[in-house]
Design a binder for this molecule. Structure first.
Ligand SMILES: C[S@@+](CC[C@H](N)C(=O)[O-])C[C@H]1O[C@@H](n2cnc3c(N)ncnc32)[C@H](O)[C@@H]1O
Length: 325
């Protein structure tokens, strides 16, 4: 498998390699918290799917008939070890994984605004288990690099990717705070479901723009509050029960953040209310989900009494180097 770093002329390769080496040493430790995800990853190393399909709602890796009974049980066990599954669905050698989110709905909303990904160098920041990265593959990107700091998602993606033989997909155990290691690298960046978790969203957008090639396209999706005014809600403690949510903007506020960080051609191309059809408890994610986050007597409000979230989608262009508008 080729290293995508060979394709990135401007990346800080020494720092990225040093970070990888540090991560490898850390993850090699026999700690319970690492082993619970490393072991299922290792248990499936002999499995390589003959059939894949990334063009349907469920990302499909392998058909049931490709495996014997023992391996099918092994796949089921390993997939259960990666619970809770937030993004999906997936079908893995016939194991049907119904994730909390029906992520194909978000993908379908992105499609009308999606640039041609053919031959492009793409980043998916906060890629989770890589659902959207797999969905990008039919468009033949040159490579897609996912940044994901959580071990559960990192190993889950690596397990799926190896079975799928998807050589164009890569992951780094990194967060958006590592994006300065990739100056002027990406032609397309996906930033889905991330910005309201950042304590400095504007600073993050500036850093992301610096990681994009001139003419590069950012696709951003966010929770949002309703309203036309360019304002953001800043919850006292939690928003929809989530303590790690900071600024929840209106669509026009997010548009202004993008403009003020030097993006151009900013377009709001979709806005929709959230629903418990799209995000719900399943056998593969057994904790609370969307309907538990709302006021039971008034679904227009969160349990904290804030406006219930919309989801908004924006597209923006990096016109050139940061510092030049
Ligand atoms: C709300 S989920 C969104 C996942 C996916 N992008 C989507 O839209 O369905 C947030 C993701 O960001 C990841 N994450 C957490 N901290 C992060 C960080 N500092 N940088 C990048 N991603 C982070 C989480 O592990 C999770 O996978």
């Amino acid at each position: 498998m080729r290293d995508y770093l060979d394709l990135l002329k401007t990346a800080d390769k020494d720092a990225i390699r040093a970070s990888r080496a540090e991560t490898a040493i850390r993850l090699a430790q026999p700690k319970k918290g690492f082993l619970r995800f490393r072991e299922p990853y290792q248990a499936l190393r002999h499995l390589h799917a003959q059939f894949t399909d990334f063009s349907q709602e469920a990302v499909t890796i392998g058909r049931p008939a490709e495996l014997g009974e023992a391996d099918r049980r092994l796949v089921h066990e390993a997939m259960r070890a990666f619970m809770p599954w937030r993004k999906g669905p997936f079908k893995v050698f016939g194991v049907e994984i119904e994730a909390e989110w029906q992520s194909w709905r978000k993908w379908n909303r992105l499609l009308p605004a999606l640039p041609d990904l053919a031959g492009k160098i793409v980043a998916d920041i906060g890629c989770n288990n890589g659902y959207y990265m797999f969905r990008m593959l039919p468009q033949k990107p040159r490579c897609v690099i996912g940044l994901e700091p959580f071990l559960q998602h990192y190993y889950c993606f690596k397990t799926l990717r190896r079975m799928a033989g998807a050589d164009e997909l890569f992951i780094e155990l990194m967060g958006v705070e590592d994006i300065p290691l990739f100056p002027s690298c990406f032609e397309v960046v996906f930033l889905l479901g991330i910005i309201y978790h950042r304590i400095s969203p504007v600073e993050m957008l500036r850093e992301i723009r610096a990681a994009m090639q001139p003419g590069g396209i950012l696709l951003i999706e966010s929770q949002a509050i309703p309203g036309a005014a360019p304002v953001a809600l800043f919850p006292e403690e939690r928003y929809a029960k989530v303590p790690g949510t900071y600024f929840v903007p209106t669509a026009s506020c997010l548009r202004n953040w993008l403009l003020r960080t030097g993006f151009t051609e900013v377009e709001i191309f979709c806005s929709h209310p959230m629903s418990s059809e799209e995000q719900r408890k399943t056998d593969w994610m057994t904790f609370e989900s969307y309907e538990d986050f709302l006021d039971q007597n008034n679904p227009a409000l969160t349990v904290e009494g804030y406006p219930a979230p919309l989801r908004v989608f924006l597209k923006a262009v990096n016109p050139g180097a940061v510092g030049q508008k």
